[in-house]
Design a protein around this ligand. Structure first.
Ligand SMILES: [Zn+2]
Ligand SMILES: [Zn+2]
Length: 249
């Protein structure tokens, strides 16, 4: 059996290592290659359960080192001939070149999630990847973590209570949709909560009620919808995007 192809999350971690090494490849025997190999073999990605035990070659130090060569040699400034590399390799390089700091933070957050054991405990979330399998720029595992964090019923209850205490209506922060006015008693008290900062920027800290915004189901979905190169919108960013599309007609 051959090792499955590299996913976005794995490439994100490998590319972070290459970036930190000044966009140079890393050799087998380099301690950071061994460390990354251990980390990759422990990632709770879909369909990978037990793979690390049955397949010694799976994300071995050798395969990690080869991947760092692919990534380093496909950088646009690389003086030599690039190795073949896949389509995703090129996309992740582009993403790191466009926003290096955020991508490095995402890699750190995944590492923290794995080493603390938190990520392994979170079950797969149905919407952590889009219908066509596209994942967020910060990766599928962080999307999983973020979504499960927002589904915490106590957090949602706390936020609703806070808004009610202030005498404010339960309304979508983007489009002002109000479930109660649209659906009557059926919609009473319904609203979703969305984090104002993505997990890889905020870091895995305790959520405060002021970190959350209230959104209708449509706007919430659109805030999480990912394309390569864009993911996780704040309510303000979603509003800007809507205005831009409206002015285009
Ligand atoms: Zn809305
Ligand atoms: Zn959200």
């Amino acid at each position: 059996m051959r090792s499955p192809s590299w996913t976005w999350d794995e490439l994100l971690l490998a590319c972070a290592l290459v970036v930190r090494n000044g966009w140079r490849e890393l050799r087998v025997g380099d301690p950071s290659v061994t460390e990354l190999s251990d980390l990759l073999r422990a990632l709770p990605l879909p369909d990978r359960t037990g793979l690390a035990d049955s397949l010694p070659e799976y994300r071995s130090a050798g395969s990690v080192s080869r991947k760092t060569t692919d990534l380093a040699s496909n950088h646009p400034g690389y003086p030599g001939r690039p190795t073949k590399g896949g389509k995703l390799d090129k996309l992740i390089i582009k993403e790191f070149l466009a926003r290096e700091a955020a991508m490095l933070q995402a890699a750190d957050a995944i590492e923290t999630g794995i080493s603390s054991g938190q990520l392994a405990l979170i079950p797969e979330q149905p919407d952590e990847a889009d219908e066509d399998g596209t994942t967020a720029a910060e990766g599928r595992l962080l999307a999983r973590w973020a979504i499960s964090r927002e589904r915490n019923p106590a957090l949602r209850k706390g936020k609703i209570a806070q808004v009610r205490k202030l005498g404010l209506p339960l309304r979508c922060a983007v489009c002002a949709f109000d479930f109660r006015s649209a659906y009557g008693t059926l919609g009473d008290g319904y609203i979703e909560v969305h984090h104002l900062l993505p997990l890889h920027i905020s870091g895995p800290r305790e959520t405060k009620l002021n970190d959350l915004a209230l959104l209708c189901a449509n706007c919430h979905r659109m805030c999480h919808r990912s394309h390569h190169g864009a993911s996780w919108r704040t309510p303000g960013e979603l509003r800007t995007e809507m205005e831009r599309s409206r002015s285009r007609g």
